[in-house]
Design a protein around this ligand. Structure first.
Ligand SMILES: Nc1ncnc2c1ncn2[C@@H]1O[C@H](COP(=O)(O)OP(=O)(O)OP(=O)(O)O)[C@@H](O)[C@H]1O
Length: 687
């Protein structure tokens, strides 16, 4: 029997409501359900227990329950607002059903004497114990109770639970749910069978108490989560294997250049840098392309590792290119590389959008002829007119800031160059394993010696004037200061306005200091001029928007002020704070915040206050709100993991192990598994 739905469909309409798609397939598509094969994998959010009747006298406030009652009376009340009040009772007591939105005809359905099954969450109300907008339906006397729990599915406007339930059950009966996991692997990893797991999740048996349900369903959920992780691992490992099967130039080291660089460096490599460098060096002598991610915490010294890799390519006469997402970053890399490499007799080509046409053409010529072995730049490196004579190694910094097409473009500048990706966003191990299963990962988890940890202070907005005094003191001691303006996500224009205002205020408050302003709207040569002035200590206080977030390296800067720190994400705060503490002076990061703080903002500030290790911050961030920010554009909007949790290390590891075995021994089943779970979304993974 169909539910008499308590909330009239499509009414009342709120302003700006999302339009409801006209057809059923369109509504299903909104849920990512493209065909009947997808429906069995659309799993419930929760369950309601309609397998038993609770006597009204035993109703507990806040505990959803089903009651079997008879309508005593039903009337429309007008105070305090228009509503339908229906009094019902069973032998043990009475309840009020209250509807704020209703069709007038509903009053007829609820005529006195009608027998109902009502499901809702009781609470004490003005009219006595009541259920607000309960689900109800009229019943015949002898109607049996269901023996299964009622699943509640994620749904969309215009698609009722009953319709969805019916469609899913039909699909469960008709779809091919054969197990793609070979029996032997299923047993080895103690996994349930697929079809019974799905059945259990869609229609769990009645349980003694709802809080036992999680335990009852745990094995079934484990199987589903495993399958999802397996699909992801299969797809990434397959992409990895396909790329590895290609031939790449072997770049054997002669050691002439790399040893030369190491001898001239003013520092020695950290153990982590040495390890990463060895891993990369070993990859470069393989006849297939390196696919490696170099992950390092802020300031861990990735650039020198990249430089060594570039030199190994140059030693065998091949070219290496390093592409950075912003002009500021690219220029900084260029400056460092030029300082390190020019004493070795190498020139570094420099290519960005802001070069004059004639300069660009000259650079392009040197790159095309192979005369320039090393090139650093922005997107300008991947423009069509740039071709490399012998590109052996392509390095992309901060790859998540590039679009998919751009990332692919650099490696397409040669048949199959070795690839190194650098990321300053620390990612917890499980996340890296799961999301970067198509790469080998090297980690710089150690900071160069001699750094004093940055002292973090949380300061309420009301004490801003004290902060200004600190800025003056720091500059008097010859130090430099970053002042980061609030992030205003809704409006870049507003953000710029705030930055300009802050700049004007600071200039007025600190007339004796040289204050500079840098933001994303500046022309790139103006931006570079300000950054260079800051680097040369001609600018003492740099007012900036988040353009300085990643990679800026000015060791003399020892004070960082972040205004409205509560608006920033954890990884952003960590990156920003990482701009100081790069020299030997004691550094301070002041997080200015405005009240009232939301609970999440409070937690974020607490985490950043208590932790300095980027990997630990990332781990806590992940626990706080899921992996969104780390993954960035990698899977833009396609939630590949609907059920699995990346914190589940053991399961991620099992999926990775099984993926390896399946690709080797059961490729057909692997393909079936991917088709079932990825539904075309694998494109996002391959980028
Ligand atoms: N082993 C080392 N000993 C001392 N200083 C080092 C060492 N390695 C790198 N440095 C210096 O540390 C600073 C940070 O290095 P680098 O800019 O490469 O960091 P990074 O990993 O790119 O960090 P971020 O992404 O935060 O900029 C640079 O000034 C660099 O010269």
């Amino acid at each position: 029997m169909a539910d008499a739905r308590s909330r009239p469909r499509g009414k009342p309409k709120s302003a700006g409501a999302v339009p409801v798609p006209a057809t059923l397939p369109a509504r299903l598509a909104r849920l990512g359900l493209a065909g009947p094969g997808d429906l069995p994998f659309h799993l419930p959010l929760r369950y309601e227990d309609e397998t038993r009747i609770t006597p009204v006298a035993e109703a507990v406030a806040g505990q959803p329950a089903q009651f079997q009652v008879e309508v005593l009376d039903c009337e429309i009340a007008f105070r305090p607002r228009r509503q339908l009040i229906c009094r019902v009772a069973d032998g043990s007591g009475a309840l009020v059903l209250r509807f704020l939105n209703f069709y007038p005809s509903q009053q007829k359905v609820l005529s006195p004497g009608t027998r109902l099954r009502v499901f809702g969450e009781p609470r004490g109300g003005f009219f006595g114990d009541e259920l607000i907008h309960p689900r109800f339906r009229s019943i015949q006397d002898d109607e049996p109770l269901p023996d299964r729990l009622t699943p509640i599915y994620p749904t969309t406007a215009g698609l009722g639970q009953n319709t969805l339930r019916r469609l899913i059950q039909k699909a469960m009966d008709q779809a091919d749910l054969s197990d793609t996991l070979p029996e032997e692997l299923r047993r080895r990893f103690s996994l349930e069978e697929l079809a019974p797991s799905l059945q259990a999740l869609h229609q769990p048996p009645a349980v003694v108490a709802m809080d036992e349900l999680d335990q009852t369903l745990a094995p079934a959920w484990r199987r589903i989560r495993f399958d999802e992780l397996l699909a992801q691992q299969l797809s990434l490992r397959q992409a990895y294997a396909a790329r590895r099967a290609r031939n790449a130039v072997v770049l054997p080291p002669s050691g002439v250049l790399t040893d030369g660089l190491l001898r001239h460096l003013p520092f020695t490599l950290t153990a982590a840098q040495r390890r990463a460098w060895q891993e990369i060096a070993a990859d470069l002598v393989q006849p297939h392309p390196m696919q490696r991610l170099l992950q390092g915490d802020v300031g861990s010294g990735k650039t020198i590792v990249a430089a060594l890799a570039m030199l190994q390519a140059a030693e065998s006469g091949h070219q290496a290119a390093l592409m950075a997402p912003t002009e500021i970053l690219a220029e900084q890399h260029y400056r460092k590389l030029a300082a390190w490499l020019e004493p070795l007799g190498l020139t570094v080509a420099w290519l960005t959008g802001s070069l004059k046409k004639s300069e660009k053409t000259a650079m392009a010529k040197r790159i095309a002829s192979g005369e320039a072995l090393l090139a650093v730049g922005t997107h300008a490196l991947i423009e069509d007119e740039i071709s490399f004579a012998r590109l052996g190694l392509a390095i992309v910094d901060e790859q998540h800031r590039f679009g998919v097409r751009q990332r692919l473009a650099l490696k397409q500048k040669a048949a199959a160059p070795h690839q190194l990706t650098m990321s300053a966003t620390p990612i917890p191990r499980t996340l890296a394993m799961s999301y970067y299963a198509d790469m080998d990962v090297s980690v710089l988890d150690e900071l160069p010696p001699g750094r004093t940890p940055v002292l973090t202070k949380l300061v309420g907005e009301g004490r801003r004037h004290e902060v200004v005094v600190r800025v003056r003191d720091a500059c008097r001691e010859g130090r430099q200061v970053y002042w980061v303006c609030p992030l205003i996500e809704e409006s870049e224009t507003l953000q710029l306005k705030t930055a300009e205002e802050t700049y004007a205020h600071l200039c007025a408050e600190l007339p004796e200091l040289r204050v500079g302003l840098v933001h994303g709207r500046l022309r790139s040569d103006d931006k570079a001029a300000v950054m260079n002035a800051f680097l040369a200590n001609e600018v003492q206080v740099l007012v900036a928007t988040t353009v300085i977030e990643v990679g800026v390296d000015v060791p003399n800067a020892s004070l960082m002020i972040i205004e409205h720190a509560e608006r920033f994400g954890l990884s952003q705060l960590h990156q920003l704070r990482g701009r100081v503490g790069r020299g030997s002076a004691e550094s301070v990061c002041i997080l200015l915040y405005a009240q009232p703080l939301s609970e999440t903002a409070r937690q974020r500030l607490k985490i950043i206050y208590e932790n300095t290790d980027g990997f630990e911050i990332a781990r806590q961030d992940l626990a706080l709100r899921g992996p969104g920010e780390f993954i960035g554009s990698r899977q833009s909007g396609v939630p590949l993991l609907r059920y699995a949790q990346l914190e589940d290390t053991a399961l991620v590891e099992a999926a990775r192990a099984v993926a390896e075995i399946m690709l080797r021994d059961h490729p057909l089943r692997g393909a079936q598994h991917m088709a079932r779970w990825l539904r075309g979304a694998e494109e996002y993974l391959k980028a």
